[in-house]
Design a binder for this molecule. Sequence first.
Ligand code: ADP
Ligand code: MG
Length: 248
Amino acid sequence: MTEAVLTAESLVRQYGGVRAVNGVSFSLRKGEILGLIGPNGAGKTTTFNLLSGFAVPQLGTVTFEGNDITKWSPSRRAQRGLVRTFQQARCFAALSVRDNIRIAVNALSTHSRREQSGGGDEGSRIDEHLDQFGLLAFRNVRAGDLSYGQLKRLGVVTAACTRPTVLLLDEPAAGLNGAEVRQLRSDLEHLRGALGISVCLVEHNMGLVMSVSDRLVVLDAGELLAEGTPSEISQNEAVIRAYLGGDK
Ligand SMILES: Nc1ncnc2c1ncn2[C@@H]1O[C@H](COP(=O)(O)OP(=O)(O)O)[C@@H](O)[C@H]1O
Ligand SMILES: [Mg+2]
């Protein structure tokens, strides 16, 4: 089995009387895209917060590259290469696409990671990334002038430019039109393929998540309902009952 890069083990996070996450365990393997799905209130966002450090579990551990990071701050995780995006795209609206990326890269590049990425001129490396994602023509555009879909892509590309080991993406397809979703699919394939980034993705767009994910984890009422390949999940009786074939 491929090596795990990020592991959730028996995570519990309770808010008042609600167990938002109730004993969830799963691993993200090196080089894969793992989809995290489930009905509203299943605990997806809470799980994401536990993985990225925006929430701390009452029980359980999060392990990243062999280190117990359960109590690490979000910024410490990001510095080490565990980076997340937010559902609401965040950027500096008055700055150009290129400067937005430059700020993120500078904020997250520790000395050692900068050396790993081969030194060289930072500006040209950023342009290279923009070119690979087909965004070079937008480099001098103010982020605030981008369309909603382009802004969401900028979030993904910015995160990718910081050279994370793991990228956690929160609903990257929300609000995108069909063409933008197709573009996002190829961005995700580029992340996994050419850039070798392991990706965990919370996503409601079933067409996208079923086609781009290597494996899926299904949460329901704070618990892990199923785990498997897209075809295993789409045939899983419990998943169909709880979610896919539900009366929504
Ligand atoms: N900060 C919070 N305070 C109180 N309840 C919360 C909080 N975060 C999540 N919950 C509750 O935990 C459950 C799971 O929520 P969430 O993780 O957002 O699910 P999902 O993202 O799958 O829709 C829901 O019942 C939600 O109301
Ligand atoms: Mg959510």
